[in-house]
Design a binder for this molecule. Structure first.
Ligand SMILES: NC(=O)c1ccc[n+]([C@@H]2O[C@H](COP(=O)([O-])OP(=O)(O)OC[C@H]3O[C@@H](n4cnc5c(N)ncnc54)[C@H](O)[C@@H]3O)[C@@H](O)[C@H]2O)c1
Length: 502
């Protein structure tokens, strides 16, 4: 049985940083060798990583090590491996794990603020990496992972598994990009997902005994815990998470950008929204529109964390996109609204029709009258794709190379930067500002309707309108906006510093 004391010992031993020497990568072993994988962080998501790699046993994949800063979580998992008579090493400090030369690849499912540093350290230690979305907590560090991956010739997969929908979404993207529906007019991402209040704590909360808190905080600030739950609810704090935009939303942001074929950050971005409907310990917006002004066509992203109405039902209304195509709303389990099943999805409006991506594995094409004309369906195993690419050593074999992950994650971050620099504004003033853009106006009108149904009084709970920020896509710096540029990079806590030189 794993005990807390032995893990603490390991952590202390490694607490002052490690000098890494690039090691032999898997490719240098002979083909057919077992590939040793380690999973880092297994709260909700990492458990899925573990079972996915277990499922690849016949492909020569072995989980050789596990790492979590929570000794309870780690102990239980190590014990389960023991019971199955499988040898696995447990670590609480990922730096110790990275010193293990037998590990070929790591799979990272820690909270967001650790993604970049863990990935870069792993790459420098000679490992290939699968890293969860968003790959970064801020724009700069995402680019640093890309730089590290290229410099050290490592394979780095992003955990945006929709990219492995090859016969589904990928085919739909191809269909649109071949011009079958004419020009794209708008790519719209939706994240209509119920996010109830996380409650309001009274003062500092106790850190669970089993958690090595310094390691949990890592590159983020190490302050008192000011929310009831350490785990998962970090998503709604700026220090460790990126709101639902960077949680569920990044999946759909990625698909929306994929259709547009854009490989740079948007030349302009603004946000409108707020955390509305309840007062809790969360900070990030639960209701938000992000507008990315790509020249070809805008990418609009809508986040709605409240139910469709105060009562959480009322799904009778047909929603209408600005092209006039009618979609049947399909209520989610928790009474969340949706568009043709795409409550969490993507809608690409083109001159000759519309494509709806209602899930992670397919897409439906509608003509201008709203008649279904085509369906694309089919998904592959995203983890297997990673393993295959580790073996072939070809970045092109990856379905979600880190560059794609960086760009889509960064589109969430730049939207949030506009929000954080925003000012409270009344709805009429907001409408006045955006009225020249019919897509933005349509999104905002629907947001207002949705808030009204939730009995949000916008004269009391005031929306934040962010500035329009101009971006130089080549340098990934905002143009003439010092405050926004200051938010492209986090302030790291020694010794957990994302390196300038990778
Ligand atoms: N691709 C997907 O569909 C998908 C789905 C859910 C979550 N995610 C992503 O997975 C990540 C984890 O989400 P979650 O819901 O599992 O969060 P969580 O808070 O439930 O779990 C995170 C786990 O990481 C551990 N941890 C924290 N710091 C660590 C460190 N330095 N080293 C090792 N372990 C550490 C924690 O103890 C915890 O067990 C997030 O980035 C999230 O965006 C992806």
């Amino acid at each position: 049985m794993t005990n807390r004391r032995s893990f603490l010992k390991q952590s202390v031993a490694a607490s002052t940083g490690v000098f890494y020497i690039a090691k032999t990568s898997w490719a240098q072993k002979s083909p057919g060798d077992t590939m040793n994988v380690a999973v880092i962080g297994f709260g909700g998501r990492g458990k899925g990583h573990i079972s996915s790699y277990k499922g690849l046993k016949n492909e020569g994949v072995r989980i050789a090590a596990l790492c979590d800063v929570d000794t309870n979580v780690l102990g239980k998992e190590v014990e389960a491996f023991d019971k199955d008579k499988q040898k696995v090493r447990g670590y609480s400090d990922l730096r110790k794990l990275l010193e293990n030369r037998d590990i070929d690849a790591v799979s990272i499912a820690t909270p967001n603020h650790w993604h970049a540093l863990a990935s870069i350290w792993a790459i420098q230690a000679g490992k290939d990496v699968y890293v969860e979305k968003p790959v970064s907590h801020c724009v700069w560090e995402g680019r640093q992972i890309v730089n590290a991956a290229r410099k050290h010739s490592k394979i780095v997969q992003t955990g945006t598994q929709s990219r492995s929908s090859r016969k589904g979404i990928a085919e739909a993207v191809k269909y649109v990009q071949e011009g079958n529906l004419g020009k794209i007019l708008l790519s719209r991402g939706l994240c209509y997902k119920r996010r109830p209040s996380i409650g309001k704590s009274e003062g500092e909360q106790p850190i669970p005994e089993s958690v090595e808190y310094d390691l949990w905080c890592g590159p983020g600030p190490k302050g008192p815990l000011m929310r009831k739950k350490l785990k998962y609810d970090w998503h709604w704090t700026w220090a460790y998470g990126n709101g639902d935009l960077g949680n569920q939303g990044i999946h759909q942001m990625d698909i929306a950008r994929w259709f547009l074929g854009e490989m740079e950050l948007s030349p302009s971005v603004w946000s409108v929204g707020g955390r509305l409907g309840y007062e809790d310990d969360g900070e990030t917006a639960n209701t938000q529109i992000i507008y990315h002004g790509y020249e070809k066509a805008p990418l609009i992203f809508e986040v709605r964390g409240l139910a469709e109405s105060k009562e959480g039902k009322n799904m009778d209304k047909l929603m209408q996109t600005s092209k006039g195509v009618k979609f049947q709303p399909k209520p989610g389990k928790d009474g969340q609204e949706g568009v043709n099943g795409a409550g969490v999805g993507v809608i690409v409006e083109c001159e000759g029709g519309t494509v709806v991506v209602p899930n992670y594995s397919g897409a439906i094409v509608f003509d201008k009258d709203g008649q279904e004309v085509k369906k694309f369906e089919g998904s592959e195993d995203h983890f297997k794709n990673f393993i295959n690419a580790c073996r072939s050593r070809r970045v092109d074999d990856l379905h979600a190379d880190i560059l794609e992950g960086h760009l889509s994650s960064a589109l969430c971050h730049t939207g949030n930067i506009s929000h954080l620099l925003g000012k409270k504004n009344d709805p009429d003033a907001i409408l006045e500002t955006i009225k020249g853009d019919k897509f933005a106006t349509d999104s905002f009108e629907r947001m207002k309707e949705h808030l009204a149904k939730n009995k949000i009084d916008l004269t009391k709970e005031i929306l934040t309108l962010g500035p329009v920020l101009k971006m130089d896509g080549k340098t990934e710096r905002f143009i003439d906006h010092e405050a926004a540029n200051g938010m492209l990079k986090d302030k790291y806590r020694e010794p957990y510093v994302v390196p300038e030189v990778v």
